[in-house]
Design a protein around this ligand. Sequence first.
Ligand code: DGL
Length: 238
Amino acid sequence: MARIIVFDSGVGGRSVAHAIERCLPEVAINLVTDREGFPYGDWEAAALKDRVVRVVGQALDRIPADAVVIACNTATTVALDALRAAYAVPFIGTVPGIKPAVAATRTGVIGLLATGGTIGRTYTADLISRFAGQVTVVPVGSRNLAAIAEAKLAGAPVDRAAVMAEIAPLFQRAGPPVDTVVLGCTHYPLLLRELQGAAMALGAGTITWIDTGPAIAAQVARVLARVLEESASGQVSR
Ligand code: DGL
């Protein structure tokens, strides 16, 4: 049976793990979280890169994984290349779903909801210039949504007004409205119902919410198929 590590700063790993379980029920998943490092959104890039490489390395020392999913946009933007350079196991990263959002929008205006860290990184700017040349992107760096998701999964009620305050900047611009919102942090799919309710309360029209979980699961399936093939033929996987 294949075994994978799904890594995040916190509960965001669960949204990705659910998507992988639905697609690959036979794969064993070890969720690894860096609770002490949460929230990653507030870290400076170089320090976060070093931390992620170290914490993932410690996990690989204890868990014989066939692949590692970095189920965190913020960590992927700074550490994916360094992880691939440091460890021989295959890595699957998480990047904001700009490309599917561009395909989905009818108004030509998409929102990108992510941590402040992800919003500010060159990695994200490159994604936008590669895939979103023909549309307008409204980037919103959220300070509190990841913590709201953590609290929800710990059993606390979610305050509608707090969620509205986080996403209001998506819907305040003049001109054609945002009709598609990229959930650019793996914590946010865990708040989908609350985000839908808050958007409705803010008077937004019908919104398509882009969750990259299913695309990550499909990529895990491709990588594991390759790993199995290579191990059957005696090659070393990377
Ligand atoms: N789940 C992480 C992401 O996808 C971020 C949460 C955090 O700030 O630690 O970006």
